[in-house]
Design a protein around this ligand. Structure first.
Ligand SMILES: [Zn+2]
Length: 377
């Protein structure tokens, strides 16, 4: 259901998109307003009238959510941060920041802008509702929008990362300690506690006959839990690798094979003898390819003594060779998203080393174990 977003229009240069899951929410809102809320506060209307009112209210909520995210996006742009677009999905909206805020002050202002907009909208809708005496078709819809914006503002200010309030909390901790990783860990921790609380409350409510409301809380809790954990882990990896180059983290001077070696020799004298499953092939001082366990497995074992490395090796392509000066973050991206589990590090075609995900993770673990919060700059 997630990931199927459709672009609706551009607003101030931002792409406004809706995820398929938002249609579900829109339908749920229209259904609950037209069958519950409006018949209660405005009796004696036709079903069509209730439906029409509910659609108008839903569109008002839709606009309110977009304005909330637009406020985040405009402030982020003012601080020079890239914004991918605004997407409305199951739990509201997200302004997709391409990069994280660079300091506590920008984090604070970007985070607070959304709830500030919702408070402002709540006030404006409230005043407009008052102008209509808070009654009648228009007055009731305006009062509803005033309330829903107030709820949005307050809910988003809950100090649990990644909600806006959690970002405000993170900005405050970040400013106090100067350590963004520690600040994120604490704010995410608050998010995790809130998420588990919501899920427990939802479960309790569902078990004691609360029905759909309870299931809803469990779902929101699950979302907050995932988002808070993911945010911290992403930042931890990023901070641990910051300023690091492939040359520092690779396994230098790896065991290599020559093209004329037999596969039996590669297996016995290199792979088994030195516990490596990935072997660069070097000819005349130049890296020309690699053999790994997967390539070996494809050849029947009885043919290993007769077959040579040159017969089976994979040639080098751009996706598996990286320069030693590449940043560790870029290399991680390649390893995580590219087709190769191991990278050959070469300067020109001169083999310098091999880089695996394990090398990167090992470094991250050591940085964490040392408790420095971040690698030395
Ligand atoms: Zn927000």
């Amino acid at each position: 259901m997630f990931g199927h977003s459709v672009k609706l229009f551009d607003l101030f240069g931002f792409e406004i998109k809706i995820d398929a899951s938002w249609l579900l929410i829109a339908a749920l809102i229209v259904w609950s307003l037209s069958s519950g809320y409006f018949p209660q506060v405005l009796p004696d209307l036709t079903t069509t009238a209730y439906l029409a009112l509910s659609v108008v209210a839903m569109l008002g909520l839709f606009a309110s959510l977009i304005l909330h995210e637009l406020a985040h996006s405009l402030v982020a742009r003012r601080y020079g941060l890239g914004i991918g677009g605004i997407t409305l999905f199951l739990f509201g909206g997200v302004a997709e920041l391409v990069e994280e805020p660079r300091d506590a002050a920008s984090e604070f202002w970007i985070a607070i802008a959304g709830p500030a907009m919702s408070f402002l909208l709540s006030g404006l809708f409230g005043l407009a509702a008052l102008a209509f005496g808070g009654v009648g078709l228009v007055g009731i819809v305006l009062a509803y929008l005033a309330t829903i914006n107030l709820v949005l503002a307050v809910f988003n200010l809950i100090p649990a990362f990644p909600l806006d309030g959690g970002r405000v909390l993170r900005a405050w901790l970040w400013r106090r300690s100067g350590n963004v990783l520690e600040a994120t860990r604490k704010a995410s921790g608050a998010g995790t506690v809130l998420a588990i609380g919501l899920m427990a409350l939802g479960l309790f409510s569902a078990l004691s006959g609360g029905g759909i409301g309870g299931a809803w809380l469990v779902l929101i809790g699950f979302f907050v839990l995932n988002a808070s954990r993911g945010a911290y882990q992403r930042l931890m990896v990023q901070e641990s690798l910051k300023g690091r180059r492939v040359a520092e983290l690779m396994t230098a001077d790896p065991w290599t094979a020559s093209p004329e070696m037999t596969l039996a020799d590669v297996a016995d004298r290199i792979m088994l003898a030195h516990a490596v499953s990935f072997v660069p092939v070097v000819a005349g001082g130049v890296a020309v390819g690699y053999v790994d366990a997967q390539l070996m497995r494809a050849i029947p074992r009885e043919e290993w003594p007769a077959q040579t490395v040159a017969d089976v090796m994979a040639p080098l392509d751009d996706a598996c060779v990286v320069p030693p000066r590449m940043t560790a973050e870029e290399a991680l991206k390649l390893l995580a998203e590219g087709p190769h589990r191991k990278l050959i590090v070469a300067e020109g075609r001169q083999l310098r080393g091999v880089l695996s995900l394990r090398d990167l993770m090992g470094h991250i673990r050591v940085v964490q174990a040392l408790g420095r919060g971040a690698s030395p700059r």
